[in-house]
Design a protein around this ligand. Structure first.
Ligand code: WT7
Length: 575
């Protein structure tokens, strides 16, 4: 249970936005946070307006909103620039693709300034934006666009071949961001129209409960599901960017997550910009040089990343870090997987910072349980609930349990950034809630007597690999499409760098012999059909897989085999 050997980490001296956790937690009401927004009085709501346009008419007009650097392109945009460029993008989407309020538009490209212009631009129209991670292959792109009946996608020449335009009846327009784009009636050259577009745009005012961002995420069963967030999420993203990220006017903030994942939208776009804070975006591939270099070059003060990334930096050794001046850093945070003791130690000894763990998920849309600069940290604990959030541990019937009892980590329904729909699947949405009152996270945890929460694991079979959530069912389904595979069971196997890796147990068609070539071929099949991060790093061939009498592969038993643990109750297993 956690790190008994490590002392509590003391409060960081200095002024923090959240001065007194206990007092704020006892008194906070989200209506108070709403007053930061003009719609509190005018009723005119749009998260894009609050994140960008309103700053463009204040002292922040020429303040840097975005520092972008991918090694090739190095660009800087003020809030006024972001306003004009997102207006242009909005005009392109509206005029050339007839994108309207409520329509779904996907953005499928690596992090470039155009991703941010078009995401904000689409929101200004009132459209619902689905950001897609660039590693997705055709099958994954198809599933998401089909499920949400998307009308428009914005992509790049390199990714265009993964957009199965002819198989998607609702998809009317594909914008390609690049040079010398060959246009057809459905494929349009984004930059050409962007250059011509007006920089004025009348924002579409929406209801605060209207949809804004649609993130697809994986569960343990079924296809990935579309988690819909609404404009009102801004209230929580704005407030937690202050309390948790501790953002202040002069901060230079860097969130390392891609907007294809919720961290990259909620806290890579909205959290900082709703507060008018300068945001750093580093494109391109990870390298310790590029990452430490970005902190030095931009003078990053607040840095939000993930345990996997910290472990990779750790692995690069202390000599590299010593070559960079990281003295501007004042606040470092982590999300996505358990923050392990080695990383905490590395933070304290090499980086010279407490790393603040934060717990939340796609479905929560914003921070839930966190460590705050003004609070003592118990290494190994995720911290305490954000003021205004009621978190607890419940048993499977939805009854709260006493401290130190392991159970389901649950949140009382109704916080601002909570998902409002699973796209097209109301039953699935309802299934998240117990007794109509508790949102049940799928994580198991316990609370200690001081109210700190301790993560214990997933209740379901969802795999967290390198901070990314992978549903075993999706990988198994893809494996079964391979001509030589008869049965497949997929589990997460603990890994020192990635948290977990994906391991597949496979039984082969009669007459097919296991081989390394076949293994590589199967791995590639998932890589090209789904995405690189869903491909099993390990494959083990077995004659038979453990199944229930009803034919369901028992991942629990596979996991027990793998970890040499007792397999538990086998009464439902077939002979
Ligand atoms: C799952 C949600 C929200 C951003 C990233 C992931 C795991 C998240 C922590 C943490 C231990 C964590 C949980 C959760 N997780 N943060 N601080 N400690 N586990 O979002 O893809 O929706 O995944 O990530 O298992 O349920 P996501």
């Amino acid at each position: 249970m956690g790190m008994k050997t490590m002392e509590k980490l003391a409060v960081i001296p200095g002024e923090h936005n959240l001065k007194n956790y206990e007092e704020t937690a006892a008194n906070h009401d989200w209506q108070h946070s709403e007053q930061a927004f003009s719609w509190f009085e005018t009723g005119k709501v749009n998260i894009a307006y609050e994140a960008i346009d309103r700053h463009a008419t204040t002292h922040r007009k020429n303040k840097v909103a975005l520092y972008y650097n991918d090694g090739n392109r190095k660009e800087t945009y003020s809030f006024y620039d972001m306003k004009r460029h997102s207006n242009k993008a909005a005009n392109v989407l509206k005029e050339k693709a007839e994108l309207n309020k409520g329509d779904r538009v996907f953005i499928f490209m690596p992090r470039t300034p155009e991703l941010y212009f078009s995401l904000i631009g689409a929101l200004k129209i009132g459209a619902i934006v689905g950001p897609l991670f660039e590693a997705f292959m055709e099958g994954a792109v198809y599933d998401r666009l089909m499920d949400s009946e998307a009308k428009v996608i914005i992509t790049t020449p390199a990714l265009l071949s993964r957009v199965p335009l002819e198989k998607l009846p609702h998809l009317k327009t594909v914008f390609v961001v690049g040079e010398n784009i060959e246009e057809t009636d459905k494929i349009l050259d984004f930059n050409k129209y962007f250059a011509e577009a007006s920089q004025d745009f009348d924002i579409e005012w929406v209801d605060k409960e209207d949809g804004s961002i649609l993130h697809y995420t994986s569960g343990s069963t079924g296809a990935p599901k579309g988690v819909l967030q609404v404009h009102y999420a801004m209230v929580q993203q704005y407030q937690t960017a202050q309390w948790v990220l501790d953002l202040k006017e002069d901060d230079i903030y860097w969130c390392t997550a891609d907007p294809g994942w919720v961290t990259g939208t909620a806290y890579g776009i909205f959290g900082p910009w709703l507060n008018g804070v300068t945001n750093v975006v580093v494109g391109g591939r990870f390298s310790p040089q590029a990452w430490y270099g970005a902190i030095e070059e931009y003078g990053v003060t607040v840095w939000y990343s993930a345990p996997t990334a910290f472990r990779m930096l750790m692995g690069a050794g202390p000599n590299i870090i010593g070559k960079y001046n990281l003295s501007t850093l004042r606040h470092v945070l982590s999300v996505g997987e358990p923050l392990n003791p080695e990383v905490v130690k590395w933070g304290l000894e090499i980086l010279n910072h407490r790393i603040h763990d934060t717990w939340w998920m796609t479905e929560t849309g914003g921070h839930m349980i966190c460590n705050y600069p003004s609070m003592e940290i118990k290494p190994g604990s995720m911290g305490k609930p954000v003021p205004g959030i009621y978190a607890t541990i419940v048993d499977d019937q939805g009854n709260e349990v006493p401290p130190y009892t392991m159970g389901n980590l649950a949140i009382k329904k109704g916080w601002p950034a909570m998902m409002r729909q699973i796209w097209g699947n109301p039953d699935r949405y309802e299934s998240y809630f117990l007794k109509g009152e508790w949102y049940v996270s799928g994580d198991s945890a316990f609370m200690d007597e001081e109210g700190y929460f301790w993560f214990q694991g997933r209740v379901d079979d969802v795999i967290m690999t390198a901070g990314e959530r992978v549903g075993p069912f999706e990988v198994e389904s893809k494996l079964l499409e391979h001509p030589d595979v008869v049965e497949a069971g997929v589990i997460g196997k603990p890994d020192p760098v990635r948290g977990e890796i994906i391991k597949a147990f496979i039984s082969l068609r009669e007459g097919v012999e296991p081989s390394e070539v076949l293994e590589a071929n199967i791995r590639d099949f998932v890589k090209t059909g789904l995405s690189a991060h869903s491909a099993p790093r390990e494959i083990e061939f077995r004659d038979k897989l453990p199944k229930t009498r009803s034919g369901k592969i028992m991942r629990r038993v596979l996991k027990a085999w793998e970890l040499d643990l007792p397999a538990g109750d086998l009464s439902t297993m077939e002979e």
